[in-house]
Ligand binder design. Structure first.
Ligand SMILES: Nc1ncnc2c1ncn2[C@@H]1O[C@H](COP(=O)(O)OP(=O)(O)OP(=O)(O)O)[C@@H](O)[C@H]1O
Ligand SMILES: [Mg+2]
Length: 429
């Protein structure tokens, strides 16, 4: 063999090695766990933070790896072909194709990819400098390629922007939890709790608050005996106080503070000034996320807040327990009334009060009725039918048969829901 041939072979080997680096990086970086990289980066690992940056723009990264890989593979094959053409004449094309296919598949594809996937974390950390350099060189080209592809698809009416949008980390986590549940390593209760935790960022105070019409409150200007009787009659510990109009809240009375005041008053109730017993109300916007509201409760060491809309009008109240219930499910205490309103029947159907929140129903029965358009099950039926159905009317949607049992004026107060055979399998939340 001449020196020239040796050089050719050396270059081709070098190119195959480079191609292997591209394939390996692509696999390692697409398989790596974002969460783990994030944790490492937070602990100060510089390479992990580069990995995090790279996989943030996943489309670009994959484009770069494909371009690099193809460029090198084609270059190596062309070199091999030209070398074998010199030696064997026209037959060299066939030899080159056969040899390069075998070499590339084994050494530039399967081997590096299998190696990369064996430990994506460790391998992406060791390949990250290479990947970073590749992105630096081919990044703009990859953007151009993506742009061309998107426009060609657009001509055929296919819109990539919507479909290809990457899963957010949150959806990924939710998917993982559902998957583990399916595999049996996470029980339903745990899945609900993890799902509930994730929901805290998406749900707003308005979604779980107690509506103003269901609030127990007292009028500051009523005689103190009336106030005491009302507070005793309430199942709740903290009672908002209003003055003038019943949406003008001026305080919140804690039953225990009231007991103390009664003792101090020494039987002379007229000495009690309810406004002195009450604490200042805390108003929060109805659009606060549950996550933020939970943090605010903990920071303020508060248990109850009055919910107002953007105009400052009172919408309802929310307590710490309402948020915790999103995670752990119903919390009942001694004085809570059983507001279930969901009664499974022996025939498999379920009687439901119209006021039951869709979320509670979904949680209790592991259903998956959409809760974006309406809050209560009555609201859901009205939204679906675009009318206020009469008693005995029945509808089928979302795999369930809804029969109206009772309607009072314009409200559906009770309905029967029957899962339709074959469609009532619990769905992932
Ligand atoms: N004054 C009130 N009027 C109507 N609903 C209330 C009132 N106070 C609390 N709730 C609701 O009662 C449920 C239980 O909340 P929470 O446990 O915080 O109150 P509580 O049982 O009265 O107080 P605690 O458990 O501290 O004695 C929650 O859904 C909450 O929104
Ligand atoms: Mg309670």
């Amino acid at each position: 063999m001449t020196l020239e041939l040796w050089i050719f072979c050396g270059v081709i080997l070098g190119l195959i090695l480079m191609s292997a680096l591209f394939s390996g990086s692509e696999t390692a970086l697409t398989a790596v766990s974002r969460a783990r990289m994030h944790r490492l980066a937070n602990r100060g690992d510089g390479r992990a933070s580069i990995v995090e940056n790279l996989i943030e723009k996943r489309d670009r990264l994959i484009g770069v790896m494909l371009i690099g890989n193809n460029l090198i593979n084609i270059l190596a094959s062309s070199l091999m072909t030209s070398m074998l053409l010199d030696i064997f004449g026209q037959a060299g094309v066939a030899y080159a194709t056969a040899i390069m296919t075998v070499l590339l598949v084994i050494f530039a594809e399967v081997l590096p990819k299998s190696w990369a996937i064996s430990s994506p974390e460790r391998n992406s950390l060791s390949l990250v400098r290479f990947a970073q350099l590749a992105v630096w060189i081919f990044g703009p080209l990859s953007d151009l390629v993506n742009w061309i592809v998107r426009n060609i698809l657009a001509i055929f009416g296919i819109n990539l922007a919507a479909g290809i949008s990457m899963f957010s980390a949150q959806e990924e986590l939710r998917g993982a939890v559902d998957l583990l549940h399916k595999e049996g390593s996470v029980v339903k209760g745990d899945r609900d709790q993890i799902g509930g935790l994730l929901d805290l960022r998406e749900l707003e105070v308005y979604d779980v608050m107690i509506h103003r019409t269901d609030m127990d409150s007292v009028n500051a200007d009523d005689p103190i005996e009336t106030i005491i009787t009302e507070i005793l009659a309430s199942h709740h510990t903290r009672i908002p106080v209003w003055r003038g109009t019943n949406d003008n809240f001026v305080g919140v009375v804690h039953a225990k503070d009231l007991v103390r005041a009664i003792r101090d008053a020494n039987r002379d109730f007229s000495k009690i000034n309810i406004m002195k017993v009450a604490t200042k109300p805390w108003f929060v916007p109805d659009t606060t996320t549950l996550q933020d509201q939970l943090n605010a409760f903990l920071r303020r060491k508060a248990h109850i807040a009055i919910v107002v809309d953007e105009y400052g009008d009172v919408q309802g109240l929310i307590t710490l327990e309402d948020i915790l219930e999103e995670i752990v499910g119903d919390i009942a205490d001694e004085h809570d009334i059983d507001v279930q309103g969901v009664r499974p029947q022996p025939d498999g159907s379920i009687l439901v009060d119209g006021s039951v929140p869709i979320r509670d129903l979904n949680r209790a029965l592991d259903w998956n009725l959409p809760d974006t358009e309406a809050t209560t099950i009555a609201g859901f039926v009205i939204h679906q039918t675009q009318s206020i159905p009469k008693e005995k009317q029945a509808y089928t949607f979302h795999g369930k048969r809804f029969t109206i049992i009772k309607r009072e004026k314009n409200r559906i107060t009770r309905l029967r829901i029957r899962p339709i055979e074959g469609e009532d399998k619990p769905k992932a939340r």
